[in-house]
Design a protein around this ligand. Structure first.
Ligand code: ATP
Ligand code: MG
Ligand code: FE
Length: 346
């Protein structure tokens, strides 16, 4: 069947259509611009924006694929984690469509979506593969055997801020526009990554090998900026140095995990996988360690509906139970039950 995927967990409203692991069409609307003056997503504004954008993005995705509503054979929707009100808008829309079209509904974990995004470009994930999820809310290392059957070993997480959160917060301190991650990436192009010796948190021999910490880095960046309070802040150097520190820690730990577990493929996903230095350093280090690197194309790194459709498609093909029509959202859905958790919530 053709699976329609709907994503509304944060500030992107996404719709995507996938059949047999192939992306047929997708569209994303973002309410990002609305948050520049607040410096972060405002949940109430996001919910309203999803309400306005949902029908248009579904229509656009169908138009791009050359399909109509009646071609849809299953609906997949993000049930969590994310903003409660935002998730509810997407879920209500998905339920309405599934009911009206009389097709099964699948609840999807947002992070399983980020992982599955890569399959739309590079095909099925090998068993096993190492997955580094780096996004606005998560920084996690997973050993994935089978995403659709929840055969996932959770190796480590951030103990405090996520990598994307660190970029977003430091960007504010540097006076860069929201969202911070892309702004840091752009500013860093003109900077020297060795200009500021930012720390590499939790990389010592006694530290947890697969735990991350980015709040200290955020504080170090703020201190460095304060040190220039009376002069011009060399933003490009600060951005390049911060980006280097984050990319260094992420790729070092991910490659070490591959070596320790004897895994030959590293998959880097989530919004921060769009970062140019994270991508280039991951490439360098994987090549040196003879590990295959997979990173989704830029447009599929940040939130979108195609990745949710990709999980729905995997679930359909794995013979998973659809969700009941009274399935609820789960704003803090745990990673361990990435694929099957939403079904249990019904
Ligand atoms: P989560 O997926 O954990 O629930 P989220 O959905 O808000 O959180 P994503 O959409 O996956 O997160 O990613 C958004 C994050 O990615 C933001 O923190 C943003 O700053 C960051 N990001 C996007 N592009 C880049 C880039 N080029 N460099 C660094 N960070 C980036
Ligand atoms: Mg977003
Ligand atoms: Fe996300």
């Amino acid at each position: 069947p053709i699976v329609l995927g709907i994503e509304s967990s944060c500030d992107e409203t996404g719709a995507g259509l996938v059949r047999g692991g192939r992306l047929l069409g997708h569209a994303v609307a973002s309410s990002m611009e609305e948050y520049a003056r607040f410096g972060g997503v405002v949940p109430e504004i996001a919910s309203r924006a999803h309400l306005h954008a949902l029908r248009p993005v579904v229509r656009q995705a169908l138009a791009e694929a050359g399909l109509t509503l009646s071609d849809i054979g299953a609906v997949a929707v993000t049930t969590g984690p994310g903003l409660s009100g935002a998730l509810q808008v997407g879920l209500a829309g998905a339920k309405g469509l599934a009911y009206a079209l009389d097709v099964p509904l699948y609840g999807v974990h947002h992070l399983a979506g980020h992982v599955a995004a890569d399959t739309l470009e590079h095909g099925p994930l090998p068993d096993p593969c190492m997955v580094l999820i780096v996004s606005g809310g998560h920084t996690s290392l997973l050993l994935v055997r089978d995403l659709a059957r929840d055969r996932i070993v959770h190796l480590g997480d951030t103990l405090d801020d996520a990598a994307g959160e660190c970029f977003d917060k430091v960007a504010r301190v540097f006076g860069l526009p929201y969202p911070g991650g892309p702004a840091i990436d752009r500013a860093a192009r003109a900077g020297d990554p060795r200009a500021v010796p930012f720390p590499r948190p939790l990389t010592g021999p006694r530290d947890e090998p697969y735990a991350f910490s980015f709040s200290g880095l955020k504080t170090a960046a703020a201190r460095w900026a304060e040190g220039h309070a009376h002069g011009r802040l060399p933003v490009a150097d600060g951005a390049a140095s911060l980006q280097e520190a984050v990319a260094d820690v992420l790729t070092r730990k991910a490659v070490a995990a591959c070596a320790e577990y004897g895994v030959q493929t590293l998959v880097v996903v989530g919004g921060v996988a769009a970062n140019s230095r994270v991508r280039s350093l991951a490439e360098e280090r994987c090549r040196a360690a003879r590990i295959e690197l997979r990173v989704p194309p830029l447009r599929l790194c940040t939130d979108n509906g195609a990745m949710i459709a990709a999980v729905g498609d995997l679930l359909v093909r794995a013979g998973a139970e659809p969700a009941p029509l009274d399935v609820s959202t789960d704003p803090s859905a745990p990673l361990e039950y990435a694929a099957l958790h939403p079904v249990a919530a019904g």
